[in-house]
Design a protein around this ligand. Structure first.
Ligand code: THU
Length: 136
């Protein structure tokens, strides 16, 4: 059983390290591996705006670069009253590691909603596609 509240709390803590001089929009994320380990991340902006990385990808890349490949859930926390759902780029990067990863989206009060990555990115381009027979 995934402890959603704990993962949300970790994401909220990670949010404190957000580097957001341009948007002031802090985001924190926490990803739970299949083995129960948690990696956290925040958004890191850049004066060359397109180089900004989202909190979700920071957390995922930290986990992958530490050798993990299977994930149970990822929580994302923002300072807004409405929940924030991961951007399209993050959805694509997350679905590479499985459509069943649960995404826990939390608002500033810690209230949350849960959807799987597959629900957030229907008809996704997936790694299996590259293994399919091609006709030309
Ligand atoms: N951002 C995230 O970190 N995650 C999301 O899911 C949406 C957007 C960041 C990128 C940028 O630093 C700021 O939020 C405003 O777009």
């Amino acid at each position: 059983m995934v402890d959603y509240r704990k993962l949300v709390a970790e994401a909220a803590k990670a949010k404190e390290n957000a580097y957001v001089p341009y948007s002031q929009f802090r985001v924190g994320a926490a990803i739970l591996t299949d083995k129960g380990q948690i990696f956290t991340g925040c958004n890191i902006e850049n004066s060359s705006f397109g180089l900004t990385i989202c909190a979700e990808r920071t957390a995922l890349f930290k986990a992958v670069s530490a050798g993990h490949r299977k994930f149970q859930a990822l929580a994302v926390s923002t300072d807004t009253e409405e929940i924030t759902s991961p951007c399209g780029a993050c959805r694509q990067v997350l679905i590479e590691f499985g459509e069943d990863i649960e995404i826990i989206m939390a608002n500033v009060y810690g209230d949350y909603q849960v959807f799987t990555v597959g629900e957030l990115l229907p008809l996704a381009f997936k790694p299996e596609k590259l293994k399919e027979e091609r006709l030309t």
